[in-house]
Design a protein around this ligand. Structure first.
Ligand code: NAD
Length: 248
């Protein structure tokens, strides 16, 4: 058990990569706070963890709201006494349009949910982690934190921003026992992607040298490792999990 005795928090944990990671964190012995705006699906994740013999609780939080992020950390401490591990994962695909046509609201929404949220979460998580002697934070960026993608300027800019925020946080807290890393999944088989329709999916598959999309569990394995003491010298890094997408 890589995370025995640890308290872990996952945002966007009702679905996809966040859900897979919450289940794996629990499997590794962590007490897990499952957080999302989707309450019913989140409660189902909690039940699945409890049925498997783990310990979890649901906290509703909209990560684009700083007060919700503060409350989320507070309720984690109220429930389990501390915070050791955080996976800042919640995110959306956002409006698909070239820059000249992208609405101002569309830009603001995706940057709020995919970038500002990660700052808000880290801000409160770090303050708590300093009180319990350190911790590990993993931020979910994307391959689109490294390269562009037409018609997704807000998403791409936000995900690049997450990488910069990760590196800067790592520099600031490396000597204080907090490790902060980012992951870069390629296109993963979750509702965020499968909602795009069959034709788009086939085109996306072709962009991956491995010849398929990734699975949420394949991403969760990396997140668990980065969150665990096995990754004790890994800090400020960006790890792709992408079927060689970025090698092209
Ligand atoms: P998903 O849609 O399956 O899950 C996202 C979850 O985030 C949902 O449960 C949703 O309710 C929640 N969420 C949305 N807005 C929220 C908010 N404001 N506050 C709290 N929760 C909110 O998608 P996923 O593919 O698992 O995506 C998770 C993360 O992975 C996102 O940050 C996404 O950008 C990133 N990512 C996904 C892919 C992919 O191809 N699926 C690739 C790279 C990165």
């Amino acid at each position: 058990n890589q995370l025995a005795g640890k308290v872990a928090l996952v945002t966007g944990a009702s679905s996809g990569i966040g859900k897979a990671t919450a289940l794996f964190y629990a499997r590794e012995g962590a007490k897990v706070v499952v957080s999302d705006i989707a309450e019913d699906k989140g409660q189902q994740v909690v039940e699945e963890i409890n049925r498997a013999g783990g310990e979890a609780t649901f906290v509703k939080a909209d990560v684009s709201n700083p007060q919700d992020c503060e409350q989320l950390v507070q309720q984690t401490v109220d429930a389990f006494g501390r915070l050791d591990v955080a996976f800042n994962n919640a995110g959306i695909g956002g409006e698909s349009n070239p820059v000249g046509d992208m609405s101002i609201e569309g830009w603001q929404k995706v940057v709020n949910i995919n970038l500002n949220s990660v700052f808000y979460c880290m801000h409160y998580q770090i303050r708590q982690m300093l009180q319990n002697g350190g911790g590990a934070i993993v931020n979910n960026s994307s391959i689109l934190g490294q390269v562009g993608f037409a018609n997704s300027s807000g998403y791409v800019a936000a995900k690049h921003g997450v990488v910069g925020l990760t590196k800067t946080g790592a520099l600031e807290y490396a000597s204080k026992g907090i490790r902060i890393n980012a992951i870069g999944p390629a296109f993963i088989n979750t509702p965020l992607v499968t909602s795009l329709g069959e034709e788009t999916l086939q085109a996306l598959v072709k962009m991956h040298p491995i010849g398929r999309l990734g699975e949420a569990e394949e991403v969760a394995e990396l997140v668990v490792w980065l969150s665990s003491p096995k990754a004790s010298f890994v800090n400020g890094a960006y790890y792709a999990v992408d079927g060689a997408y970025l090698s092209q």
